[in-house]
Design a protein around this ligand. Sequence first.
Ligand code: TNX
Length: 527
Amino acid sequence: MESKPINFKLITMIKKSMAALSMGLLMQLGVSCHKPIPADLSKVSLIPAPVELKASGTSYFLSEKTTIYIQDNDDLNTLGSLLSQQIESLTGLKLKVEKSDKAPAKGIYLAIDSEVTMANDEAYALTIGEKGLELKANKPAGIFRGIQTIDQAITKHEGERTGWIVPGGSIMDYPQYEYRGVMLDVSRHFFGVEDVKRVIDLAAAYKINVLHLHLTDDQGWRIEIKSWPELTAVGGQTQVGGGEGGFYTQEQYKDIVAYAGERFVTVVPEIDMPGHTNAAVVAYPELNGTKKKAELYTGTKVGFSTLATRKEVTYQFVDDVIRELAAITDGPYIHIGGDESHVTKEDDYVYFINRTKDIVKKYNKIMIGWDEIAHAAIDDTDVVQYWAKDENAVMGVEKGAKVLLSPSKRMYLDMKYDSTTHIGLDWAALIEVDQAYNWHPETLVEGISKDNILGLESPLWTETVETMDDIEYLVFPRLIGHAELGWSKPESRNWDSYKKRLANHGQRLKVKGVDFYQSKLVPWDRE
Ligand code: TNX
């Protein structure tokens, strides 16, 4: 059968007259009908920059009547309320959440759609029209990432119709790297569950998806291990400077893991071994691999402690710790430290890492270690976290391992911004906001290309960090730049665009009460 050519003109005419008709009808009924407020989605300061964005020039107006519709699905249930909470804390509008198995005529719609894959579990597609907003993803993780984009796109509009709008258009987005982390050292100074949750929230807003907890070090053991109770009873008592320290019970740790999980953040627990173990060997002297009697330590030196790597009791200890930790950790990784074991002999160090690796495997987890572990018999099932030495990272790659990038000169959040920063260290570098942002992960180390890189992680060591304000000051805004390096395509990243977008996030950070560093290099919005 021959199909007739479609008469587009006619269709447009019909559409126009129908629109005019319904407008007239609505006006007669006394229903207010507003023209959409013009707005430009491409001018919105999104961080990380999305892969593809098309602006339509119009916008969607949020009102207290806006409803969030979700498909009938447990994950979406939580996500619907999360979006509602996020919108409320930004705008004060309380939006209700309702179930719907098909796209509604107006309002916000969250839906799982197997077509939105882009070969990535965090991919999402967002469409913003005059009548509503549709967010689709193949997996709930994608919906969560998309919600963060919606949050950032919500803009205050002042004019005849003052309120909150979302500029119209469409976004298609997915990350460059699957691992985009932040690390918090809770050993040098201990931080409680509420502080950790705040770090998760602030980081997840920028699509960070891993929280690495540095749970043990010379100054304190911070995770309850039921089969070795003195680790926390003795080893958790103090911290740098002599404060009282603390630790997480396994219940509290599970609470952190669950909270992170709801935000699609994976917790990576680290037990730093065989060095950085003073707190453990004070609690259990039979584990001590040095000749000196160990005492609780509240200073900031590194490299003076080691486990007894040739004693069987040490491997019973490692097995128990990893077994208990693996059982309460949802994510695939366990970090075994492995850095700065200056008083462990090289062959003892290699022997220890090799045996520990087998234990991590036995509990079905992937081992991550600082770059020194490249000297051991690692392979393509392990991850090397590059912080100091190029040759270690390259050796790791040659053995087949993936690399997690944490170059200290660019990514160490405990480094001072400049010489006047009141907290922080400076042994690796002074890291201003541009220094943190303006580099390329894929060309950082010769011999390491994008395929070898698992992702990026920004570590915050806490020798000089005592309060939540201190955390916020060093983490923000540098982590936001790292978040873009891990998510956005190289061609959509550049310092001039980034610093302007970052400037527009100052107000958002203030609304959240974040005590961030107001670098002079960023043209902050002076509101
Ligand atoms: C080096 S980075 C360390 C930590 C310190 C940090 C201070 C790494 C694997 N080890 O023990 O806290 O420097 O910046």
